[in-house]
Design a protein around this ligand. Structure first.
Ligand code: GDP
Ligand code: MG
Length: 259
């Protein structure tokens, strides 16, 4: 949990499509958190929140297993290409494969609208002030989906920090690192890359226009997570999408989902 931005303190809501809310984001009291007693209190609140989340994540995991669902938690910084990749992925899966999507953003239902246009069912979760999805939100959204025997894609809030600490009960975290973000993100945000089973290096169609060293990006990811699988993709040209779909198919077989 992020103890600086105060995520988790705001309310969460499942946003009915077409009715985005607006919030006044209050000024955070950073000065208070320089006080040792206040900091100790925050640490204990964080531990409490994380252990409650872990318990609910275990419940979600049992739920997914008993419903024969593969759950993939897509995480990245904002704009890395999660929704575009999902749209292209669903275009290749629907209607032959049973899929559903939970979309997480602080505001708007724009991404869920993009997903529904593919024919896949989607629920938008707006986290308000929160900068990550948590297991309780997924429990609630999954209950509304009435979903079984398929693949559940969860698009987390764009943030390379907090979503790493919040288990949702997913089978795998898939981190998406776009080539425009540079080579150093795995070293600067190691928890996220350590937690992921797969890194999708996205927007590789842009490589001819950039100075980025993709081999170094991959080496950096393997420095923090030697076992991480890596696939280079472009949602624009379709490069790598077959390999990504094969990886998803392998994950379906591993959990015995019947998508
Ligand atoms: N060139 C290129 N642009 C992409 C690709 N994937 C996404 N984008 C663009 O990147 C921007 C952010 O994409 P989006 O899917 O909304 O990112 P998200 O915030 O991670 O969901 C949009 O302008 C997309 O058109 C890609 O493979 N190649
Ligand atoms: Mg998105």
């Amino acid at each position: 949990m992020c103890g600086v931005c105060g995520c988790g303190e705001g309310e969460t809501r499942l946003e009915p499509v077409g009715q985005p809310h607006r919030h006044n984001h209050g000024v955070h009291s950073h000065a208070l958190r320089d006080d040792p007693a206040e900091r100790a209190h925050l640490v204990s609140v964080e531990q409490d929140i994380l252990s409650k989340n872990d318990a609910l994540a275990a419940h979600n995991r049992e739920h997914f297993n008993s419903h024969r669902v593969l759950a993939l938690n897509l995480v990245s910084s904002p704009g890395a290409g999660k929704t575009t990749l999902l749209v292209e992925t669903l275009a290749r899966l629907v209607p032959d494969t049973t899929v559903a999507v939970i979309e997480g953003d602080q505001e708007t239902s724009a991404d869920a609208d993009r997903i529904r246009a593919t024919g896949a069912p989607a629920i938008q979760v707006n986290t308000g002030k929160g900068c990550h999805l948590d297991a309780a939100m997924i429990d609630q959204a999954f209950g509304q989906l009435h979903f079984h025997d398929g693949i559940l894609f969860i698009e987390n809030v764009g943030n390379l920090v907090c979503p790493a600490g919040f288990d949702l009960g997913e089978d795998h975290k898939v981190v998406i690192a776009s080539v425009t973000e540079g080579e150093d993100k795995p070293l600067k945000y190691p928890n996220m890359f350590a937690a992921a089973g797969l890194m999708l290096v996205s927007k590789v169609d842009l490589l001819p226009h950039l100075d980025v060293d993709v081999d170094l990006l991959i080496a950096n990811a393997r420095r923090v997570n030697p076992g991480i699988a890596v696939i280079q993709v472009s949602a624009k040209t379709g490069e790598g999408l077959e390999r990504w779909l094969r990886w998803v198919g392998g994950a379906v077989d591993m959990v015995g989902a019947t998508a």
